[in-house]
Ligand binder design. Structure first.
Ligand code: AP5
Length: 212
């Protein structure tokens, strides 16, 4: 099962990818997570991309494609994967096509209003990186991760100016990919408004393949 998740920022791609990864036993590969880990580790890549990510702009295609190519060559991705946040541009989609065949592109359908609600309430664990939401998935103790006890923080790109930039870039560069995959007969639309459990049920009916 080689799948990609498409959709606006904050649509819930990462949250569903985590649940699908568990249910189907395939790795969740998020380019955003890889970039954020590089920033946290202050690696050469992290220093290069930090300001780009914080402002809500896109990292260059060359860097991103090379990173995904390397990640997909690893052993754990040979039995399938969920690519979350890649491709985001037509050149990235063309490059992916040359790397590996794709079985489906899942497009998350959600309004801007809901995106803003989800992004403005998102809180992320400093320790293990898990996502919470002040309204929809509140932690048991305020500002503390349920899993590892670390403090929660607001992502720099979840500030209002960065959200606006991310939505603009999504419309210009990423939304056209839905049509690109539709023409290839690979597009599946998913209503991203309900809770994660319900979306996972819909996902299971769209992709009944090998589940744990
Ligand atoms: P990335 O991390 O990919 O950001 P994104 O696409 O903007 O997606 P998000 O992580 O913001 O949202 P999501 O859809 O995963 O939602 P989530 O599940 O967290 O990329 C970050 C940056 O890296 C980019 O801006 C760019 O700079 C760079 N980058 C990455 N990939 C790149 C590429 N290919 N090319 C170039 N640059 C790239 O959910 C959001 C919130 O809602 C959470 O609080 C969650 O708890 C809550 N929630 C989730 N689902 C539900 C639900 N069903 N009901 C209620 N609440 C929910």
């Amino acid at each position: 099962m080689n799948l990609i998740f498409l959709g606006p920022p904050g649509a819930g791609k990462g949250t569903l990818a985590g649940a699908v990864s568990k249910a189907y036993g395939v790795p969740h590969i998020s380019t955003g997570d890889i970039f954020r880990e590089a920033v946290k580790a202050q690696s050469a890549l992290g220093r290069k991309v930090k300001d780009i990510i914080d402002s809500g702009a896109l990292v260059g295609d060359d860097i991103t494609i090379a990173l995904v190519k390397e990640r997909l060559s690893r052993k754990d991705a040979q039995g399938g994967f969920i690519l979350d946040g890649f491709p985001r541009t037509i050149p990235q989609a063309e490059a992916l096509e040359a790397i590996v065949p794709i079985d489906g592109a899942v497009n998350f359908d959600i309004s801007d209003k809901e995106v803003l609600r989800r992004l403005s309430g998102r809180r992320v664990c400093k320790g293990c990186g898990r996502n919470f939401h002040t309204e929809f998935m509140p932690p048991k103790a305020e500002n503390t991760c349920d899993h590892c006890g670390s403090a929660l923080f607001i992502r720099d790109d979840d500030r209002p100016e960065s959200i606006t930039r991310r939505l603009e870039l999504y419309r210009e560069q990423t939304a056209p990919l839905a049509g690109w995959y539709k023409k290839k007969g690979l597009l599946k639309e998913i209503d991203a408004r309900p809770g994660t459990e319900r979306i996972l049920e819909t996902f299971r009916s769209l992709f009944p393949g090998k589940q744990k």
